[in-house]
Design a protein around this ligand. Sequence first.
Ligand SMILES: NC(=O)c1ccc[n+]([C@@H]2O[C@H](COP(=O)([O-])OP(=O)(O)OC[C@H]3O[C@@H](n4cnc5c(N)ncnc54)[C@H](O)[C@@H]3O)[C@@H](O)[C@H]2O)c1
Length: 309
Amino acid sequence: MSKRAIVTGGAGFIGSHVADALLAEGHEVHVIDDLSSGAAERVPPRAELVELDIVEERSLRELFDRVAPQAVYHLAAQASVVASVQDPGRDCDVNVRGTLNVLEAAGAHGAPVVFTSTGGALYGDEAPRPTPEDRIPAPLSPYGASKWAAESYVRTWALSAGVPHTVARLGNVYGPRQSPHGEAGVVAIFTGHINEGKQPKLYGHGKPTRDYIYVADVVEALLAASGTAGVYNIATGVETDVMAIWRGLLETAGVEIEPELADLRPGELQHSCLDISRARAELGWSPKVAIEAGLAITYRALTEEFSAA
Ligand SMILES: NC(=O)c1ccc[n+]([C@@H]2O[C@H](COP(=O)([O-])OP(=O)(O)OC[C@H]3O[C@@H](n4cnc5c(N)ncnc54)[C@H](O)[C@@H]3O)[C@@H](O)[C@H]2O)c1
């Protein structure tokens, strides 16, 4: 059945793929984005784009009342760890207050919210790997802290409003449309380096590991999670080190560039890998794209995007 859906952050990397998938399933899509890191060109033409800051409670409520959504995908966020350290107040405003505003506006229409939290910035280095959802979070940054606080509102509002809101803790997402200008999207950053023949700096001597997940797998999980009222790690359960990411991209590009090796930066996590058995069992979801295939698709797509820009 066709639904009216709101996607906050739908002009961003992951949100624009969510908007595409919802349209492909026949739903009506309204995107809310302040374009602070997103781009209007990423929003599919068949979706409505409303330029709005989710911190602006009144305007947000008016929009929700006009659309009367039946499903909400809340991806808008201050998503940079570095920016969260530089300006923790704004990080808190957007990620905590903004999320509360979305929950209030959605609750007025009984619409379930899927909130994208972080697996990578939540559990810390002491956690067992792969890390299950019931591990008590120990965030290292204001970004991790604000996402955890927002999660708490999501769960509390689900209980008090009786609406099945969901938390999706994402691994390190990569894929087409990822920006090479952030500090975390190594696949996009490295693709940019290879395109320009530039040597990259591999912190931690290329040894830090992350749980990389292809964006289409994330989108599938978010759509499956809508209305389920759970907390789910959405990743692959597979650890890959940064050197392997670099090597995999070089192989697709068919070139050879020696990276510069450097020490890990302060506050950076050594290892991260998420246990996805709950999402497998309860959502009937599992990731389909292996890292080698995902890197090759992403390298080719981003190379085309960068040359067209
Ligand atoms: N990319 C990853 O690896 C990853 C990992 C874990 C969690 N997440 C979460 O997934 C979500 C999407 O991340 P992304 O990688 O697509 O980032 P992104 O920066 O591409 O997308 C975020 C979008 O939110 C918009 N936005 C920011 N502040 C806003 C505000 N105040 N009001 C309205 N819109 C605002 C931005 O303009 C942008 O379009 C975020 O919540 C992020 O924290 C991403």
